[in-house]
Write a protein that binds this ligand. Structure first.
Ligand SMILES: [Fe+2]
Length: 125
């Protein structure tokens, strides 16, 4: 049984999927159950992952690492940043070398933000 917007990962091939419509079946990839990625909300280490949301004149800026950027190296980087506003989902994929932040040019009062680190998993604000 899945829930809307859950993120699942295949620990064999690395496929990552988001549930767009919930169903009763179990998600399977490479012959194994996919792992539900928990949305973490608190960093215990010094490296910060919880997305930091800032409203600017141009829209909603989401940063990973408020004072110091999260690494964006080939083997450790933020794969994507997503915001959900009034049920509408916006997401940008990032690659190594990019800055770990995205400016979404939208107006919003209440913003839910999520990001995915290829090593440390899924985080939300
Ligand atoms: Fe990380």
């Amino acid at each position: 049984m899945t829930k809307l917007r859950e993120i699942y990962k295949c620990n064999i091939c690395g496929n990552i999927v988001e549930v767009l419509h919930a169903g009763v079946g179990e998600l399977v990839c490479c012959g194994e159950s996919m792992e539900l990625m928990e949305e973490k909300t608190e960093d215990s280490s010094t490296e910060k992952h919880v997305p930091y949301v800032e409203k600017t004149g141009n829209g909603v800026l989401v940063k990973v690492g408020q004072n110091e950027d999260h690494p964006m190296m080939d083997n450790h980087f933020i794969e994507w940043i997503q915001v959900i506003v009034d049920g509408v989902s916006y997401r940008k994929s990032l690659k190594p070398g990019d800055k770990p932040q995205v400016l979404f040019e939208i107006k919003a009062d209440k913003v839910e933000a999520r990001e995915y680190c290829n090593i440390h998993g899924l985080w939300k604000s």
